[in-house]
Design a protein around this ligand. Structure first.
Ligand code: GLN
Length: 240
């Protein structure tokens, strides 16, 4: 029986809006199908084996926690993350974690390094935080689907000219409140501003990540009534 091996990056520092709830959903949906599930964590000062995990996960965080995380990640984890991404491992990064996947996060005259897995920059520009319910349309190989959640970020993210967003904003601000893009999607690397936590409100996305990580196709789970209601409520909250 295949097993989903998940590595959480900095779970004690990058867990705003209980983003670690995303891991609980991945675990449950694997176990309900009889698939194996293993979860490990890595944090400040630690290195990891890029071949030992199929899905890498990082949640959102406050600017002050991102400072320590950004420097540590660039120093101790950048190369292993590139190795894993190059062999097709799945990566999901939310908000503060998403910002650190790019080249840099510039805030208050300081430029935090990113790991450069994707071509984007984030800047803390003057202006209000981008807060509210948000819905996007994304295509992850199974036709266009809606991802709905909640965003709260001061940073504005700009994709490079050849980089692809995760989706098109249907409602809310997205990457920067201007260009109509939300998140990033390159190969199996996905970044998004959407909390919720994200996966409890969008279980189709959780299932798709499991499929991509394990190279299998999943049947929908019967009895997803509560999950579908949560998805519908998140869409309604965003007004779509
Ligand atoms: N600290 C980052 C910002 O404000 C990310 C916030 C978050 O993860 N919600 O832009």
């Amino acid at each position: 029986m295949p097993a989903l091996r998940v590595l959480s990056l900095y779970p004690e520092l990058m867990n705003i809006y209980a983003d670690r709830g995303n891991i609980a959903v991945l675990r449950a949906r694997c176990e309900w199908r009889g698939l194996g599930f293993e979860h490990a964590a890595t944090s400040l000062g630690e290195r990891f084996d890029p071949d030992a995990h199929g899905l890498f996960y990082m949640g959102g965080g406050q600017d002050r926690d991102q400072v320590a995380v950004a420097h540590d990640m660039a120093e101790t984890k950048r190369d292993a993350l590139h190795e894993a991404a190059d062999r097709g491992a799945v990566m999901l990064a939310v908000c503060g974690g998403y910002q650190l996947l790019g080249h840099s996060y510039e805030l208050g005259g300081e430029e935090l390094p990113g790991v450069g897995l994707v071509d984007l920059r984030t800047i803390r520009e003057p202006g209000p935080r981008l807060i509210g319910n948000c819905a996007i349309e994304a295509e992850l190989g199974t036709g266009p689907r809606v991802i709905a959640g909640f965003e709260n970020h001061g940073g504005r993210t700009y994709l490079g000219a050849d980089e692809s967003p995760l989706g098109r904003v249907l409602a809310g601000h997205g990457n920067n409140g201007r260009d109509g893009f939300e998140g990033v999607h390159r190969g199996n690397v996905i970044g998004t501003y959407l909390h919720g936590p994200l996966l409890p409100k969008n279980v189709w996305l959780a299932d798709r990540l499991i499929e991509l990580a394990l190279g299998i196709e999943l049947e929908p789970l019967p009895g997803d009534r509560l999950e579908e209601a949560a998805h519908a409520a998140a869409k309604r909250a965003a007004g779509v």
